[in-house]
Write a protein that binds this ligand. Structure first.
Ligand code: OAD
Length: 228
């Protein structure tokens, strides 16, 4: 089976009703990213961050995977589909994708603010001050914030290096190191990019599908079929 590696971003979940970050009406228009998604902000105002991610979590629970997520899950019948996502929602998993690597963390989990290896599945979507890990430290959202390392990056690079086909979906490619992953794809493999408003100045070998994720993945499936 050929390995199809997907790098997804916020645009993947836009049709599920989850706001992107940098589009018009994106989250970072309403919030200052450094006030709600940085390690400094956690030290300064942890209540605010718990509230911010509680809201994101509730929105995720009330959202459903869209056609793009579902089609990617179906592609597992024909490809070894490896999804590397910058998204913290669980919509790829709920659509049925079995190999999903979360670069920026997961809303469904909490971890100890003092012992990063203590990670817990959340039963209650509402996190609050006083929720403690088994060693007595405050729990925090299991999210990679600005100013923190991206622990899954090495794994993501390895997966990207092993790709036969790469497809980037719904990311502005603004945030590093995630955005740099495309540079690790083996030379000469087909690289697709699905985005209704693709980033400017893309390398010429990237085949752009200027569509939203749902319609775009449909076109990708046709193109992959034609290539067989
Ligand atoms: P952005 O909000 O930066 O980019 C979203 C991309 O999705 C844009 O290129 C849009 O054109 C595209 N888009 C919008 N609607 C779409 C749709 N229906 N289908 C497909 N594409 C669509 O989001 P990311 O690139 O994912 O990190 O942002 C990267 C990181 O920045 C996030 O993981 C988050 C954020 O700060 C952290 O918080 C650590």
């Amino acid at each position: 089976m050929k390995r199809l590696v997907i790098l997804s971003g916020a645009g993947m979940s836009a049709e599920s009703g989850i706001r992107t970050f940098r589009d018009m009406n994106g989250l970072w228009e309403e919030y200052d990213v450094m006030e709600v998604a940085s390690i400094e902000a956690w030290h300064k105002n942890p209540e605010l961050l718990l509230r911010f991610y509680n809201d994101r979590r509730k929105q995720m629970i009330n959202s459903q995977p869209n056609r793009g997520h579902l089609l990617l899950a179906q592609l597992e019948e024909f490809y070894d589909v490896q999804i590397i996502t910058q998204n913290v929602d669980d919509l790829h998993e709920r659509a049925g994708s079995s190999k999903v690597l979360h670069l920026h963390g997961e809303l469904t989990k909490a971890r100890s603010s003092k012992y990063p290896s203590l990670v817990y599945q959340l039963d209650n979507p509402e996190m609050k001050m006083g929720d403690l890990c088994e060693k007595g430290s405050q729990l925090r959202p299991h999210i990679v914030w600005f100013g923190e390392e991206v622990p899954e990056m090495d794994k993501a690079i390895k997966i990207t290096r092993s790709a036969d086909i790469l497809c980037v979906i719904g990311t502005s490619l603004n945030v590093y190191p995630a955005a740099g992953l495309v540079n690790f794809a083996p030379a000469g493999i087909p690289v697709f990019l699905i985005d209704p408003n693709p980033p400017a100045h893309l390398p010429r070998h990237i085949r752009v599908i200027s569509e939203k994720a749902g319609a775009g993945v449909d076109i990708l499936c046709q193109k992959l079929q034609d290539a067989v």
